[in-house]
Design a protein around this ligand. Sequence first.
Ligand code: ANZ
Ligand code: ZN
Length: 824
Amino acid sequence: MSVLRRSEKIFDHQSIEAKWQNAWLQNKLYNVREDTNLPKWYELTMYPYPSGDLHVGHWYAMSPADAHARYKRMNGFNVLHPMGFDAFGLPAENAAISRGIHPYKWTMGNISNMRRQLKSMGSMYDWNREIVTCEPSYYQWNQWFFLQLYKNGLAYRDFAPANWCPGCNTVLANEQVLNDGTCERCDSLVERRELNQWFFKITQYAEELLDHSEIDWPNKINVMQTNWIGKSTGTEINFDITEFNLKTTELTAFTTRIDTVFGVTFVVLAPEHPVVEEITTPENLDAVNAYINKARHQSEIERLSTEKVKTGVFTGSYCINPMNGERIPLLVGDYVLMTYGTGVVMGVPAHDQRDFEFAEKYQLPVRVVVAPNDWDGEKLEKAFTNPGIQVNSNQFDGLDNYEGIEKISDYIEENSIGRRTTNYRMRDWLISRQRYWGTPIPIIYCEKCGTLPVPETDLPIVLPEDAEFRPTGESPLKFNHDFLNAECPNCGNAAQRETDTMDTFVDSSWYFLRFTNPDFSDGPFDPQNQSDWGMVDQYTGGAEHAVMHLLYSRFFVKALRDLGIVHANEPFKRLFNQGIILGQDHEKMSKSRGNVVAPDEYVEEFGADTVRCFLMFLGPWDQGGSWSDEGINGMSRWLNRLWDISNRDPLLIDEFETDQNAQKEIQRITHKTIRRVTEDLEKFKFNTALAALMELTNELNKYWESKTITSDDWNFSIKNLILMLAPMAPHVSEELWEKHQHKFSVHTQSWPSWDDQIAADEIFTMVVQINGKVRDKIVVPVSIKEDEAHETALSSPKIATHLENAELRRIIYIPGKLVNIVAN
Ligand code: ANZ
Ligand code: ZN
């Protein structure tokens, strides 16, 4: 950190902040009350992971949101703006392994430190409503939700490929696999292994999740979700393989370009496709096996990468194209995923560039079936992927290819050789983790009775304190026999518990419901409180959660709605994504760069209000900006100046000579500032709101110095200045409010209102004539000077057109009325 400059401080922020934080607590100022007489406002900031230290990114996410929530409170809303901790997850477990400290202890220690730091921010969180997700009183409801989903077919167990590290002997999360497909810890090549895992059926809601019409979210997030869900409409078509005398008689391919079906010159199967083994001829077996082995070491992302040339290997076998009876070679290729569509792709080199390159490499024919306009049968230089006319397509020749898609799909359906279908890229949500520090999945396996849900009355299934963390690849809970062994809820015989825990994103998928009454013990939330508070009116947080937390929460609410547990379609009505705060060097903050800002030191030096205001001032909140010691010094100077100005003695003013114009002007400025700040805070434009307050301070100082302000105007302006400052600088404003002998607290005051007429800039509509004929009307300030009026009139496009070939003779200006141009 660079050296801080001690600012020319006047007010003692340390004693002021301590004094008011204490007074707020004593007076229960931020205790949220159920008050249905007031309109409600539920404003939520994504809760933090208790990593140990509140960093400046947390401050950047939280203090502007707090200012907005305070602003809403001053606008007459009953505001719920709670805070909690997303307390399960991997880092706690890793700390347990590397430092020998229990995850619970590590997590709770971090929470108490972060809670202290959060309090130093002076936020309006009601700490009686805090949520800590690793407490049984919270996570038992994860288990309860799991059971509801399970009983309604929305949770199920299935084999699924997972990232397996042969070095660490464990399953890895996707985030732990590096881009080159190796383990982040031991550098081994990560493999994919089929494991039994639990899933939530988010795909059942794919179509509804594409609909963002009920929410007001940044378009960027909606687009990311839409792409993630990846809806694609196309056709499935069956290629005959009866010649092998297998149980499977056809291979079904999914395509979005069925118009190209007469151009298929090869068909490719995913390496995992179950038929591969059966159709591969003995002489091709070695090559195919070697190829499949190699593919196992690649992630799906690598396999799908469009940067890479497609590769494949011939199986020695063929299938029949049902459209024209042609025999087509069957290959295995790693770019075909078993988990998308049908795991079978038809290769059309003439109309897909990567198929084109593939065909060149393996000397497969290229047949044009959708022709460019001016095509006369010449060979293609590259794939033709634009729209065109069907050729070489039998009865479909001559159709434009969009019509081709429809007509060929009709034909396929009429002849039962396939069907129209829709695919989604999104998979079901895999919630199993072979980890200790998470919510135990409430399932029991009985040899006789099979898979059984834990009876609701047995919840919570408490995570046992003693667990072995050795990374064997098996769930740590497997080694805790007290936990593992259970009684079958059905037959009473010895049975075993599920030992996997839940993904921590389950916790955050419904925490916003719990905040409406976190002490409720008869259910995940009190239905009355929940329905009073409703869903989150304003959510704020980082955009990095677009396709995980923000999608999972939407799924959860829709599923709970269908189970009759909540009555809403969406969790978060409005969403705002703050930008990223960079270091002084305009680079991402990182330990290795040494540009990480520790907010605690600045809070001590300048006070929480200064840090808060600086963070709000450094740029538009959604765009982020860079930390700057210069900037924070500047903010400190302004707050001190404001302090100084606000403390001037208005009695002195009685000696001033008031001036009518000045009086009008300062009133206009004050009303205009209230309007500007109000409009800005509505839209989270804290930087321009603060700029408006700075201008007002300058103006007040100017009128003080020119001794032209009345004490009434002075008092009115200062009072409103303090009120407008309150959401952003809650401590200083409270102190000033008290010094002005107003009643505690500034934070329970009504937000100031303005009079549009007083706030109006003085303007008039200037008429512009040419030779006495009205040609234009232009709105200009009253203060416009004669030469400015001339210029404004002449630069109007309408006037310019009329004057094109004319010679200017004279310009007459009547102040406050018109400009007449004489020309011929
Ligand atoms: C033939 C074809 C011809 C295709 C052509 C494209 C262009 P989206 O839009 O993402 O759904 N495909 C189908 N299943 C696949 C799988 N499991 N793994 C990899 N690729 C697969 O893409 C659909 C297209 O992706 C399908 O249309 C198929 O290639 C390929 F000129 O079929 B197409
Ligand atoms: Zn049993």
